[in-house]
Design a protein around this ligand. Structure first.
Ligand SMILES: Cc1ncc(COP(=O)(O)O)c(C=O)c1O
Length: 372
């Protein structure tokens, strides 16, 4: 078979060359190997490598048709209990959950106020909803209030992450809830990177702030070590999503094996709090060590962003680290704003003190080789 680019797709070759020349081309990495020490996994509680429970691999159909399984029901009950909300609905990924919930709720004529650093799945949900989207500066509560004040009688939605995945910082959820209540808007919070790790018993940052969002999104592919996601809220929300969230209605139900693994992950996060202790201790050690190296890591918790700026330098540093056996992701635009390319380090409960110390030694070496 010939592997030439068909004429109608030749323009891609030029676009790819263009990305390469700006150090923005992403290439398939080598499969994760056992020998290297990874600082770029979202498996915060180190639960992903546990063997899967012996359950059916597929659900065979959309949940609405013939794909409903007891594993979905049990998982939904467990996560609703985890976040302290009445009901939850399981989606096949966090991407699908955000696109599904936002496009099922917001409609043309509404306004949707979205933090500038919200995840791409929130951005895409907003686009699909065809609501008027107002992007406000990162964590700017006053800008949210101004947008809500100016909207007249239109229905309004405020969407934020609770623990921002690229900056490791946290919005003022209590203030956002207060503003939403004052101006009659709904609050949607994505807790993808917080659940399992942050807040009391890892129940998330809404729980910690005493905030009840109108919809809460969580994922199973990060701290809970499986895949899939959920949206939690009141019974009317769950029923509406069952009927109107297109990424739920028109998609095969989550694999029962994965649903069972996700529930085991949620249970482990509650029954094995020492995992949370280990990941947070590793994060503190890494932050302290980087600060001693003259790097100022941003934020709090298991995500430790080291902003470099220049994408070529971020790629060069990541390559040097990889060659020394330390796996680190260079994050470049469009995943982060232009000029803020970074190394996004993450720690997990599998990192011991010696692992973090070894990584810090390699960081010092690689930094020492950079031109001053
Ligand atoms: C904040 C946030 N929401 C949603 C998602 C999507 O989750 P998933 O990987 O399960 O599709 C991610 C994934 O990186 C995320 O960071």
């Amino acid at each position: 078979m010939k592997h030439t680019t068909p004429p109608a797709l030749r323009f891609l070759e030029e676009s790819l060359r263009d990305l390469e020349s700006q150090s923005l081309l992403r290439k398939r990495p080598a499969p994760v190997s056992d020998g290297s020490l990874s600082f770029c996994s979202n498996d915060y509680l180190a639960l992903a490598s546990r063997p899967p429970p012996g359950r059916s691999s597929g659900s065979g159909a959309s949940r609405l048709v013939a794909g409903e399984r007891q594993e979905h029901v049990d998982l939904e009950r467990a996560v609703a209990e985890l976040v302290g909300l009445p009901e939850a609905l399981v989606f096949s990924s966090g991407y699908a959950a955000n696109v599904g919930v936002i496009s099922a709720l917001a409609a043309p004529g509404d306004i949707l106020v979205s933090d500038a650093l919200n995840h791409a799945s929130i951005v895409d949900g907003a686009r699909l909803s065809r609501a008027q989207t107002l992007v406000v500066p990162h964590r700017d509560v006053a800008a949210v209030a101004d947008a809500l004040k100016a909207r007249g009688s239109r229905r309004a939605w405020v969407v934020t992450e609770s623990y921002f995945s690229m900056d490791a910082d946290v919005p003022d959820l209590r203030a956002l809830r207060g503003i939403c209540d004052e101006y009659g808007a709904a609050l949607v919070v994505d807790e993808a990177h917080a659940l399992g790790v942050l807040g009391p018993d890892g129940r998330g940052l809404c729980h910690e702030a005493g905030v009840i969002p109108d919809a809460l999104v969580g994922t199973f592919g990060k701290a809970f070590g499986a895949a899939g996601a959920f949206v939690a809220g009141c019974p009317a929300l769950a029923q509406w999503l069952w009927n109107r969230a297109r990424t739920f209605v028109f998609s095969t139900g989550l694999s029962p094996a994965v649903a069972a693994a996700a529930r085991a992950g949620v249970e482990a996060s509650l029954k094995e709090p020492e995992r949370r202790g280990r990941v947070l201790a590793a994060a503190n050690q890494l932050r302290r060590g980087l600060t001693e190296l003259g790097v100022s890591p941003r934020g709090i918790g298991p995500i430790v962003p080291w902003v470099i700026g220049d994408p070529a330098k971020a790629v060069r540093l990541a390559k040097g680290l990889r060659e020394a056996g330390i796996d680190v992701a260079a994050i470049r635009p469009p995943s982060v704003p232009a000029g803020t390319a970074r190394l996004r380090l993450t720690v997990t409960a599998a990192h011991g003190e010696a692992d973090v110390a070894r990584a810090l030694g390699v960081f010092a070496d690689v930094l020492g080789r950079e031109p001053r």
